[in-house]
Design a protein around this ligand. Structure first.
Ligand code: GDP
Ligand code: IMO
Ligand code: MG
Length: 423
């Protein structure tokens, strides 16, 4: 049996979808364990592009079972749209299963997400406005509504009525908005429930039995370590646990059942939304990385902030996730630069900081310490083995490996499945 966790080591969008799709070939099950439709995972196969938000990136193989675990907050409307999009692209989704314990996202979660962001003004988080924070808030408050509730009409009706009464009070009294109509929402959601009922299962049983039967399971993280609610750049984070430990909670397996953790890191750094970013570039290099790497959000279309590779962040991720292997993506995007920089530590006054700090005020006083390495001008998109890479690209990878303390086992030189090098 082998179980492999794929985690983002930065602020999301590292290329987890591409790496999951690649590794899925040798897996039996691919499972999402946290997050929701805030995720945007792009997978390119045979020249076709698939944008996935809730469905695991193993779905493009007809023989893999894809599971959405209970740690995910599930927007049924978005899931049904995604299923429709996949079916229209010729993808077989009959192997998809969704947890009966997963919490549901409702229109009031999305509306409140946006209203709370607007109220914060310049201090907003820059959320995806997909209702993620409010849905996880309901779960913690113990008033959330789960997939199993949606499968029972009477239970669902009672729970939604009670919730909506409270949400409508907030919407009308605090925000001066129109209330939602309970009957309309109940009917609509019961309709979604009927359409989704064929996918509902106890995913903890499926994944446990697969591991016991020596099958290979891949856990696909969404977001990234620095967006984790505990470990990340709080409060500029998401409301779930994208770290490897999140698998135990969100998929429902014990820590003894995890064998490997693959940390996906871009060969530079990007971030969407607000919050600190020590190596952010505001010059033409940052702009050229954004254009060459097509750094625009999959979910919201927002331009991604771009900067140099930050080894303080990735070594922090190696530590808190127990990363056994690193997958470095988008090495092709950096090709053509005369030199490339890696942040090896932060400087705060006369102090050198090697461990990523908790306090954002402290972090704002830190400046990156850079090491400059020679760039590579050869296009590397066609390389298929490690030896075919330009010597300076190899030097860059090996320096990352040294600084971050984990072996770089996978390299990605383009968005397509075959543009992947196993070392
Ligand atoms: P995720 O959220 O971590 O799955 O990453 P996204 O899909 O949001 O963003 C990564 C983007 O980069 C996608 O458009 C991928 O198709 C693309 N991509 C992944 N790996 C590579 C690579 O090695 N080179 C290039 N040029 N693009 C890549
Ligand atoms: P994938 O899986 C990048 C960011 C948002 C915002 C913060 C909180 O594609 O890597 P939320 O809507 O979750 O409450 O927003 O988290 N964010 C992401 N950034 N990639 C993602 O997912 C993200 N999901 C959320 O931009 O800063
Ligand atoms: Mg993404």
């Amino acid at each position: 049996m082998s179980s492999v966790v794929i985690v983002g080591t930065q602020w999301g969008d590292e290329g987890k979808g591409k790496i999951t799709d690649y590794l899925a070939e040798r897996s039996d099950i691919v499972m999402r364990y946290q997050g929701g439709s805030n995720a945007g995972h792009t997978v390119e196969v045979d020249g076709k592009q698939y944008k996935l938000h809730l469905v695991p990136s193993g779905i493009l193989y007809p023989d893999k079972q894809c599971l959405i675990g209970h740690g995910v907050v599930l927007d049924p409307e978005e899931l049904l749209q995604e299923i429709e999009m996949l079916v229209s692209q010729g993808v077989d989704v009959s192997n998809l299963r969704i947890s009966d314990r997963a919490h549901l996202v409702f229109p009031y979660h999305k509306l409140l997400d946006g209203l709370e962001e607007d109220k914060k003004g310049a201090n907003d988080i820059g959320t995806t406005r997909k209702g993620i924070g409010p849905a996880y808030m309901d779960k913690s408050e113990r008033i959330g509504i789960r997939v199993c509730d949606l499968m029972n009409e009477d239970v669902f009706r009672d729970k939604l009525k009670a919730n909506l009464q409270k949400k409508n009070e907030i919407l009308t009294k605090i925000y001066g908005k129109e209330p939602f109509d309970a009957d309309e929402m109940i009917d609509r959601y019961l309709g979604y429930g009927r359409q989704l009922s064929c996918y509902v299962a106890d995913t903890t049983v499926i994944v446990y039995q697969a591991l016991k039967a020596d099958k290979n399971v891949l856990f696909e993280g969404a977001q990234g370590t620095l967006l984790d609610i505990d470990i990340g750049t709080y409060p500029y984070v998401t409301s779930s646990h994208p770290i490897a430990g999140g698998v135990c909670v969100g998929a429902g397996i014990g820590p003894t059942m995890i064998h490997k953790v693959v940390g996906v890191a871009k060969s530079y750094t990007t971030r969407v939304g607000k919050g600190p970013f020590p190596t952010e570039l505001f010059d033409e290099i940052g702009q050229s990385i954004r254009e060459k790497g097509r750094e625009y959000g999959t979910t919201t279309g927002r331009p991604r902030r771009c900067g140099w590779f930050d080894a303080v962040i990735v070594s922090f991720s190696v530590r808190v996730n127990g990363i056994t292997d690193l997958a470095i993506t988008k090495l092709d995007t950096l090709a053509g630069l005369e030199t490339v920089k890696i942040c090896t530590a932060y400087r705060r006054g006369s102090e050198i900081i090697e461990n990523f700090p908790a306090s954002l005020e402290f972090l704002s006083e830190c400046e990156p310490v850079y090491e400059e390495l020679p760039g590579w001008d050869k296009s590397i998109e066609k390389a298929r083995t490690y030896d075919e890479l330009p010597v300076n690209a190899i030097r860059y990878i090996e320096r990352i490996e040294e600084l971050c303390g984990a072996r770089v086992s996978i390299l990605s030189v383009g968005p397509a499945r075959e543009q992947t090098i196993i070392r």
